[in-house]
Design a protein around this ligand. Structure first.
Ligand code: ATP
Length: 385
């Protein structure tokens, strides 16, 4: 059990045309037992961050500490950290049992019996007890993944580092392993840093998400905070699928003006906007209201292009009837029907709109993020059990 901190951590590589700053003055505090997901697009510096923590790269400047002890001059072996790679990196000529035991044999003075007991125990937890005498070549991708995890777990490390561990699995198995990894991490209570480019994994698995872009930290927060209260345009666009809709607007008095629509803000919201005039209006697809045209204020005409049914919901792609006909996406319940070519009224409820500074991308105003509604606990009557 341990806390992990990065203070002003920077990694610069020598590139062809000069230095490449892969990680740029990164500050992160990961609490004891926390599951932190590091997410961002390809090349944003996620793996480099993880490799610095593991000791596979040394930082150009800054500090990395476990339980407040600086570790970046320790070798990877000294750090008491276990890393699981996307490629699994299993030894093909060794059985599952040997693969899982090997690290322990090298790094501890436990007896062969103790090691075997530990391997068997962890294999049972991961549901691979039956596979201990097979070699990796005779395992499915999901089973190999479990062995790679098992090999990390047997070592009972202070910190787990996982680098895109699920990306080689098919979609169904990936979803199953997401839940299983979460359960395991909770059971073991090991501080975990998990790297992925997949925002769904970040949203569904983490206690907190850290979002990187171009080596720079954009936001750290709970999944709900990052989704509903993004720090900037990048986070707003990166988190959420389908993505938030964005429209360039300028503020004239109380009105947001674009080529396609004019949106009148309340006095209260205008005071939040202050000096900015060139803005980006953002609204999530599920927040746009679709109804028959009514001509009321802040309702706009739009034409349905394509409807993608997902069963539980429909993703509707529309374009504004006015101006350049910019497109946007709305999600509606799976039992509501709309047809291509249909003209509808769309409304952006004011409590759901985000506003960003067009120049800096910083958030000017986030949606109203009401208290999350807690589902009442069931009583203990026999009917509830
Ligand atoms: P991906 O999701 O594609 O793995 P990432 O977010 O993990 O990307 P990194 O692998 O950390 O990104 O790379 C960050 C930047 O550093 C990239 O521009 C990459 O090209 C560069 N980089 C990484 N390793 C090296 C290296 N050894 N030498 C030079 N440049 C490197």
């Amino acid at each position: 059990m341990a806390s992990l901190s990065l203070v002003d951590a920077t990694k610069e590589f020598d590139g062809d045309g000069g230095g490449i700053v892969a990680v740029d003055h990164l500050d992160l505090d990961i609490q004891d037992g926390e599951f932190l997901v590091l997410v961002g697009p390809s090349g944003c510096g996620k793996s480099t961050t993880l490799r610095m923590v593991a000791g596979l790269e040394s930082p150009t400047s800054g500090e990395i500490a476990i339980d407040e002890e600086v570790i970046h001059d320790q070798t990877p072996q000294e750090r008491d950290i276990a890393m699981v790679f996307q490629s699994y990196a299993l030894y093909p000529h060794m059985t599952v049992r040997r693969n899982m035991a090997f690290g322990l044999e090298e790094s501890t003075d436990q007896s062969a019996d103790e090691i075997d007991e530990r391997v068997t125990e962890v294999a049972e937890t991961l549901d691979i007890g039956e596979l201990l005498d097979r070699k990796p070549g005779a395992l499915s991708g999901g089973q190999q993944q479990r062995v790679a995890l098992g090999r990390a777990i047997v070592r009972d490390p202070k910190v787990f580092l996982l680098d895109e561990p699920l990306s080689n699995l098919d979609a169904k198995l990936r979803a199953e392993m997401r839940t299983e990894l979460q359960r395991l991490q909770e059971e073991l209570g090991v501080t975990t840093v998990y790297v992925t480019h997949d925002q769904t994994e970040a949203m569904t698995m983490s206690d907190r998400i850290a979002i990187l872009d171009g080596g720079k930290l954009q936001q750290v927060g709970t999944p709900m905070q990052c989704y509903h209260e993004p720090a900037n345009l990048f986070v707003a666009g990166f988190i959420g699928e389908p993505s938030m809709n964005f429209f360039d607007v300028s503020l004239d008095g109380r009105t947001l003006v674009s080529e396609e629509f004019e949106y009148t803000l309340s006095e209260e919201t205008v005071t939040e906007v202050e000096a900015s005039t060139d803005l980006v209006l953002g609204i999530r697809p599920e927040d746009v209201e679709i109804a028959a045209e009514s001509g009321e204020e802040n309702q706009f005409r739009a034409v349905v292009d394509v409807v993608e049914p997902h069963g539980n919901e429909n993703a509707v792609h529309l374009h504004f009837a006015e101006g350049d006909g910019r497109t946007f996406t709305v999600t509606i319940g799976g039992m509501r029907r709309l047809d291509g070519g249909q003209t509808v009224g769309v409304r952006f409820p004011e409590n759901a709109i985000h506003l960003f500074d067009a120049e800096t991308g910083e958030t000017v105003r986030n949606r109203v993020f009401e208290e999350v509604e807690q589902v009442e606990q069931l009583g203990t009557s026999s009917a509830a059990r």
